[in-house]
Design a protein around this ligand. Sequence first.
Ligand code: SF4
Ligand code: SF4
Length: 179
Amino acid sequence: MTPKETVKEILKRFLFIEILQGLALTLKRLFSHAVTIQYPKERRKIAPGFRGQHALAKNPEGKAKCVGCGLCSTVCPSQCISVTREKGKVSRYEIDVLRCIFCGFCMEVCPYGAVVLTENYEYSEYRKEDIYLTREKLLSNWDKFMAGKKGEEYFKRFWRPMSEDFGTPSGQAVWRGKH
Ligand code: SF4
Ligand code: SF4
C-alpha cells in the first residue's frame, strides 16, 4: 500500500465513510416503492418458459404423447424419473419432484415433446407421497396448465432444438448417387 492509499484508508475509517454511505442508501430506499408483495392476494407475473411442476403432454386427440423410450430418465441428473413399459405400453411414469432440480433436461431430450415444465409453482403438500407425481397426475397437469393454444405456443417458443435449427454445414457429405 502506498502512503497516499494508507492515508486514504485511515481517513475512511475515522470519518465512518462506509457507514454513512450505507445509511444514505437506507434513507434513499425508505421512500421508494416497496418490492414485496402480499402473497397469496397478490402474485407476480410468471415469465414465459418458467420451469415449474411437470406435465405429460397430450396430442390434439387427447392421447399421451409419451412412448416410454426412457431418454428423460436416462438424462435426468437427479435420477428422479422412473419409466416402465409393459406389453408395448407405458405402464408407469413417475417423477419424485422433491429431488428435481428443474434443469429442464428431460423436456429438452424428449424426441416426442412429451414432457414439459408448466408454470405451476404452487404445489406444496404436507406429505411426501402427495407431492410425488404419478402418470395420472402428470397427464392431468397438462389439462390444467398447458392444454390448447398454450401448449402449442410453449413448444414453438421453448422446445429446442427443432428441425429448422439444423442447417447443413458447407462441406457436409451429401449422397448424390442413384438409389
Ligand atoms: S417423456 Fe419423452 S423421453 Fe421420456 S419416456 Fe416419454 S417419450 Fe421418452
Ligand atoms: S427437470 Fe431435470 S432434474 Fe427435474 S426431472 Fe427433468 S431432468 Fe430431472
